[in-house]
Design a protein. Structure first.
Length: 173
């Protein structure tokens, strides 16, 4: 990976990316939360995805993706299912991941990626965005966009980390 701390980034977005090249994002998470390449490939084929990258180097910076709630419920287990189930009949998307690689964190790029993704899902007709965010910066990122924070889940899937359920209503019109 290039040292990007001293150079200006030429930011760009993509809606498709080779799944094997996205596996660096899995290393940001606790081992219990990481996806295998096979699972991630299958998931990304069904998701609405956005990648943020440097247009000069084609180096990945961030990714976010989600599924319509009805489809997400088929894959959710544990406490996530109970949080999301009441929204099963609403035009909602469940965000599975929003991740900025560590070398690029702390620059406001998560906010840029999230804003672009919210525009994409709004244009697709969704009026509600749901997800489970890791306490700290991830929760704060969602509240910047007006998310309401609900149930906190300590030790999310044995990760030792607390994840909180959030809902974010998109403005229409």
């Amino acid at each position: 990976m290039d040292d990007t701390s001293e150079r200006r980034l030429a930011l760009a977005f993509a809606r498709e990316w080779e799944p094997s090249q996205t596996m660096a994002f899995e290393t940001v998470y606790h081992e219990n939360l990481r996806l295998s390449l096979g699972v991630k490939t299958e998931l990304l084929a069904r998701c609405g995805c956005v990648w943020l990258y440097d247009a000069v180097t084609r180096e990945l910076i961030g990714e976010t993706y989600g599924l319509p709630v009805g489809e997400a419920l088929a894959h959710l287990v544990g406490p996530g299912f109970a949080d999301v189930y009441p929204f099963r009949d609403q035009p909602a998307v469940y965000v599975l991941s929003t991740t900025i690689l560590p070398a690029f964190q702390g620059r406001g790029l998560g906010r840029l990626l999230k804003a672009f993704f919210l525009g994409v899902v709004s244009q697709a007709g969704f009026i509600l965005v749901l997800g489970h965010a890791r306490d700290g910066q991830s929760v704060r990122l969602n509240t910047v966009f007006g998310a309401e924070i609900h149930t906190a889940h300590p030790d999310w899937f044995g990760s030792g980390e607390t994840y909180s359920f959030y809902t974010l209503r998109l403005e229409q019109g």
